[in-house]
Design a protein around this ligand. Sequence first.
Ligand code: G6P
Length: 369
Amino acid sequence: SQLEKGGYPHFMIKEIFEQPKTLADSMRGRVNVDENNITLAGFIDNKEKFLNAKRIIITACGTSWHSALIGKYAIEEFARIPVEVEYSSEFRYRKPVIHEDDIVIAISQSGETADTLAAVELAKSKGAFIFGICNVVGSSIPRNTHSGCYTHAGPEIGVASTKAFTAQVTVLTMLAMMIGKEKGTLSQEDYLKIVYELARIPEKIGVILKQDSTIAEFAKTFTYAQNFIYLGRGYNFPVALEGALKLKEISYIHAEGYPAAEMKHGPIALISQEMPVVVIATSAGMYEKVVSNIQEIKARKGRIISIVTDGDEVVSNLSDHIISIPDTEECLVPLLAAIPLQLLAYHIAVVKGCDVDQPRNLAKSVTVE
Ligand code: G6P
C-alpha cells in the first residue's frame, strides 16, 4: 500500500533511499568507531575455523552472487585465503571438491533460494563448515548453517535487490577485515583506515542520493536503448555486473557487465553512437587504465555515463553524463558506486512505464529450481 511505501511511488526507490539507515543497521554493534574496532559475533565464535581455513567457497545466486564476488576480492586481499565464488545451481550438481577444512559461505537475501539451500546441504554432508550471510531472520538457510551473520537490511519488498546487496557487501567486508586483522595479513594501519571509512559510508550514501533528480533527468534520454554495457575493474567489476543486472531486471533493456579491460576482447565491437556505456571510473582502483578504456569508447562515439570521484576532471571531460561520488577506501567503493546504478536502472524503468517492484517473469525468492 501507499502507506508501506512511506510516500515513495515504489518500494524499490524507498529501499534505495533507506540505504544510509540500513547500512548503519548492518554495522550497529559491530563497527565501533570510538574503539576503532569491528566485532562480528559469527566470526568470534568460530575464530579458529576461519584462521585455519585453507579455502573459502562462497555460493549464491543473482545479486547475492555479485556481492560474493566483492567478498572474494576483500577476503583475498585482507585475509590471504583463496576464495572461490560459485553459482549455487552449478555448485550443487557438478560434483565439486569440498574438504573438511573448507569454509562454505552461503549468501542469500531471502534465505530460501532452493539452489543455495541445496548447495548448503551438499557442503554440509561433505563435512565443511557452513556460514550463512542472510537477511531474513529465521529463514531456511540460516537454520541449516553452522553459524553466520545477519545483514539486518530490514524487509526488502522490491524484487530487484538493492539495500540487501549493500548490506551483504558490508558484512563481507567486516568479515574479511576481522580475519585479516587476526591473521596479521591486514596491517593495523590499514585496518584502522578502513574502519574509519566504513563508519562514514552511510553519510556518504546520503550525499549521493541528492543526485537523484539529475539521474532521473538524464535517464529519460536512454529509454530508446536496446542494449547497455557496464564496465568496471577490480572491486568495481562486480558492481558493473550488478548495475547491468538491475537494468535488465526492471527495464527489460539488455545489459552486459564486463571487466573494463576485457572490452577489447569482444564488447568493443558493439560500440557505436547508439550504445550507452556506463563506466565506473573512480580514483581508487586503476583509474588511469579505466581512463584509457573510456578514450577507446569515445573514439567509437559511444555515449558515456561515468561514475567518478568528486573533483574528477579527466573522465568528466570525456563523458556525456557523470555522477560523482565521495572518495573512500578502494574496497568500499562498491558500497557507493552501486547507488547511482540502482537509481539509473530505476528511473529508466519508470520512464519506460515498467512495473519496477514486480518485473515480469521474476520472483523475489526462488524456492523451486
Ligand atoms: C531472485 C531475486 C534476486 C535475488 C536472487 C537470489 O532472482 O529476484 O533479487 O538476487 O533471487 O536471492 P537470494 O534471496 O538467495 O539472495
